[in-house]
Design a protein around this ligand. Sequence first.
Ligand code: NDP
Ligand SMILES: O=C(O)C1=N[C@H](C(=O)O)C[C@H](O)C1
Length: 248
Amino acid sequence: MIKVIVNGCLGKMGKVLTKSIFDDEAFELVAGVSREINETTSYNAYSNILDINEKADVIIDFSNPTTLKDMLTYSKKTKTPLVIATTGYTNEELNMISEHSKEVPVFHSSNMSLGVNLMLKLVEISAKALSNFDIEIIEKHHNRKVDAPSGTALMLANEIQAVLDNEFNFGRHGKNAKRKENEIGIHAVRGGTIVGDHSVIFAGKDEIVELNHTALSKEIFAQGSLQAAKFIVNKENGYYNMKDIVSL
Ligand SMILES: NC(=O)C1=CN([C@@H]2O[C@H](COP(=O)(O)OP(=O)(O)OC[C@H]3O[C@@H](n4cnc5c(N)ncnc54)[C@H](OP(=O)(O)O)[C@@H]3O)[C@@H](O)[C@H]2O)C=CC1
Ligand SMILES: O=C(O)C1=N[C@H](C(=O)O)C[C@H](O)C1
């Protein structure tokens, strides 16, 4: 049985994930962490990860970048592998994660779904094949989402940039907002309870190719993170992502 700490346990994703853990006999929830413990839980819940006494095999994190430092401190002290799903990190924080992976195994992905990870490959192929097309990314999420653009939109944009070296344009406005030839437009839509929707549009002369992924439940992200947890528990120190799990 894999013993799990859930960081962000009372958040939207944390609640879905803790239920998935209870429903799966391969996992045991040993503790949860949320900023404010304002409800009774059937497991040990803490407001700071550094207060946890239980020993776990893995930490799964769906929280907020503000929890990163303490989470890394705890993970380093206890040598507990990390599955990081939180988005919205600065470059400095991303570097901290990457440095941490030299001492503890880290699995990091801004999207734990199988479909988006296939989409990353399709985007790479399309960027190579349609290099003279205009490329725009549109992401749509629920009205409670904190960060914009989404971590997934940035992953998709980075995949394209690795092929074409484009600049990013985070939303156009104003009198002189004409599209530059070599840019990727990245646009964030927020509304209602949209779980997560990502489109990459390749627009050429008289033709359009559009790649789209629509998440229909948060469950897919929870299941993906559990798959990642199974993968990482016995790995060497290092930085892993969905490409290490999904065979393409
Ligand atoms: N990689 C992936 O596949 C996916 C990643 N995500 C990412 O996971 C993260 C959590 O998403 P979601 O569950 O919807 O978010 P919620 O806002 O519902 O939950 C956030 C959790 O983090 C805690 N928290 C700690 N510090 C802060 C802070 N300063 N501000 C806000 N929350 C804080 C919250 O505690 P409290 O409840 O006490 O406020 C809560 O437990 C986001 O970064 C999101 O983008 C989401 C879905 C899929
Ligand atoms: O906050 C969310 O909900 C989601 N966040 C991730 C992101 O920022 O890409 C993944 C998913 O789209 C849901």
